[in-house]
Design a protein around this ligand. Structure first.
Ligand code: ZN
Ligand code: ZN
Length: 181
């Protein structure tokens, strides 16, 4: 069976250029990429006090409806995500699993009171999607600041790190990809 990487849209991001994202992910991981509208319910993940969504709960919802030909599924959402111990997360993924999610909320310049910049948003999305997909292939955080597996705690970290994997992470990724073939 053909194994695909799925982009699952969870909520609407109006400025999203889906074809560009697909191309980018294909170029990095070299698996066919498909985009689908997620049918999952996110209301149960909403925390009305924090006005944020628990990403782990959304991941759990995603697990209930996995495409059988989906090697990895990366959710993409406009909703601001958090986990109980952190004020926010750019994304979350199952280490060595099949699913991950990235939020565009804090990757938008508007979040910081700045004018919209769709190109910058997409560069940030590329990085964070690569990062979370890296986790699903079993990669952990990398100490190299220019590696995409570097842990970004702020938008400055996202912007200063590279969008590709360092030599060591690349090697590990290739190993994991072979195991997944
Ligand atoms: Zn990470
Ligand atoms: Zn690395």
């Amino acid at each position: 069976m053909v194994k695909n990487i799925y982009i699952e849209l969870i909520g609407n991001i109006p400025e999203l250029k889906v074809k560009e994202l697909e191309e980018h992910i294909y170029n990095t991981f070299v698996f066919p990429v498909k985009t689908v509208d997620g049918k999952i319910q996110v209301e149960g993940a909403f925390d009305s006090t924090r006005k944020q969504y628990y990403s782990t709960k959304i991941l759990k919802e995603m697990l209930n409806d996995l495409p059988s030909d989906g090697l990895k599924i990366i959710g993409l959402t406009p909703f601001d995500l958090c986990i109980p111990i952190l004020t926010f997360v750019f994304g979350e993924a199952q280490l060595g699993g099949r699913i991950g999610i990235v939020s565009a909320a804090r990757l938008k310049q508007e979040f910081y009171g700045l004018p919209a910049n769709p190109d910058l948003l997409h560069r940030r999305l590329f990085k964070e999607m690569n990062h979370e997909l890296g986790h699903t292939f079993g990669l952990i955080h990398c100490p190299h600041r220019d590696c995409v597996m570097y842990l970004a705690n702020s938008i400055l970290d996202v912007d200063s790190k590279g969008e590709s994997f360092c030599g060591r992470c690349k090697e590990l990724l290739e190993q994991k990809k072979e195991e997944a073939e």
